[in-house]
Design a protein around this ligand. Structure first.
Ligand code: ZN
Length: 412
């Protein structure tokens, strides 16, 4: 049986690397941009080269089909081709490169009983419109054309207008919707975007769950005063209150191994060396693989914020920006992937995904699994992001083996 060819995978990624390069030697293939469309055209060229039929839906997801020999639901795989601003060439792209190679191997062997669907999702990164997984959520019906009208990028362009400008039909978004009745399972290959696999020296991670996130904006309102003329006991320093809150976030998040909580944004007003900070706006991101723990922590932190603010005579208000539940991936798909790893003698660990993925949205409709490959030093969303094509090839062999097992009757 043919095995995955790391050189071909590398070649796909090299051709992709020519698309959407920015002027600071990174990649900016933004959601619903001409560069993203060009990347989808590359995907189409490669798959048509292997004899698959391709189509792009009204909102820009591209789906290639390798027919099956029997009338069975399809096995599906894929990921995304867009990037964050000044990102790398591996996040998302690795899963698409893997899917292209999976299609080549199965087409070369004359296909399976089941059809194979290879998918490049549109607009996965939230960087441009503040909302991730737009294509997969339109595909699964979680979003509609109306949602596209309210998402706006930093230049004031709506996702709706951006999609129309690159030749898509956002007004016909409903036509892209699928109930996935014709799909038996979906598997996404992705770079880990963390350092666990590298630290454990394993080439493969089988993902058991995808973490959710609760994002909150907090505003601490104190009083701006002269930094020389205002004694310490008269101050209502918004930044000191916010700082105490940041430490509370760290302390509470450390209480459970699967919890992570981050204050990654802090706007200090008036942001002057000689003024006591009067106002601080901060962004809190709480993630866990347990939805109750995630929400309980966010609640507890809001209580902390109120207590800390009261103790310093500072006002605090909070606004929830988004709230996404964690998703448990399909147990049997995990076992089939783990079985394939054992058969191929690939050392693996089962692990949670801290980042969100299209797979989290597919998982609500179809048995879904994810396979992680290591990325160098865990770096992602950066131009120096890199994954070893040999590791990607191993992930391809693993998914092909798992698909063959399901095709041969492993029940899901
Ligand atoms: Zn991604």
């Amino acid at each position: 049986m043919t095995v995955a060819d790391a050189n071909r995978i590398d070649m796909f990624l090299s051709e992709l690397a020519e698309i959407g390069r920015d002027d600071r030697s990174g990649w900016s293939r933004m959601a619903f941009s001409p560069a993203e469309r060009e990347a989808h055209h590359l995907f189409v060229r490669w798959l048509e080269g292997y004899g698959l039929e391709t189509r792009t839906d009204t909102v820009g997801n591209t789906i290639a089909v390798l027919p099956g020999r029997a009338d069975l639901p399809a096995l599906a795989t894929g990921s995304h081709l867009d990037t964050v601003y000044h990102g790398g060439n591996y996040d998302g792209a690795v899963g698409v490169a893997a899917a292209v190679e999976i299609a080549r191997l199965l087409a070369h062997d004359g296909g399976l009983q089941s059809p194979l669907h290879v998918i490049a999702f549109a607009g996965e990164e939230g960087a441009r419109f503040g909302t991730p997984c737009i294509g997969s959520r339109l595909l699964t019906g979680a979003f509609s054309a109306e949602d596209l009208r309210v998402m706006v990028d930093r230049d004031g362009v709506t996702a709706y207008d951006a999609a129309a400008a690159v030749g898509l039909q956002p007004g016909e978004a409903a036509a892209a919707r699928s109930g996935f009745e014709d799909v038996a399972c979906f598997v996404e290959v992705h770079i880990e975007q963390g350092r666990v696999l590298e630290a454990r020296e394993r080439p493969i991670g089988v993902v058991h769950s995808i973490g959710g996130s609760t994002r909150v904006e907090l505003v601490f309102d104190g009083r701006a005063d002269h930094s020389g003329a205002t004694p310490m006991w008269l101050r209502r320093d918004a930044l000191v209150a916010a700082s105490e809150f940041v430490l509370a976030v760290e302390r509470r998040a450390r209480m459970h191994a699967t919890t992570v909580a981050t204050v990654g944004r802090l706007d200090v007003d008036p942001d002057s060396l000689t003024t006591v900070p009067g106002r601080v706006v901060l962004g809190l991101d709480v993630r866990d693989i347990d939805s109750e723990r995630q929400r309980d922590l966010a609640e507890a932190l809001l209580d902390d914020a109120v207590r800390i603010a009261a103790g310093r005579d500072v006002k605090v208000s909070a606004r929830r920006l988004s709230d996404q539940s964690p998703v448990a991936l399909h147990g049997t798909v995990q076992s089939v992937l783990a079985g394939a790893a054992s058969r191929l003698d690939l050392p693996f660990i089962t692990m949670a995904s801290g980042a969100s993925h299209d797979a989290a949205h597919l998982a609500k409709h179809v048995p879904t699994g994810m396979v992680f490959v290591p990325c160098r030093e865990g770096i992602s969303h950066s131009p120096v992001e890199w994954a070893d094509p040999q590791h990607i090839a191993q992930a391809v062999d693993l998914v092909v083996d798992a698909f063959r097992a399901i095709d041969a009757g492993a029940s899901l």
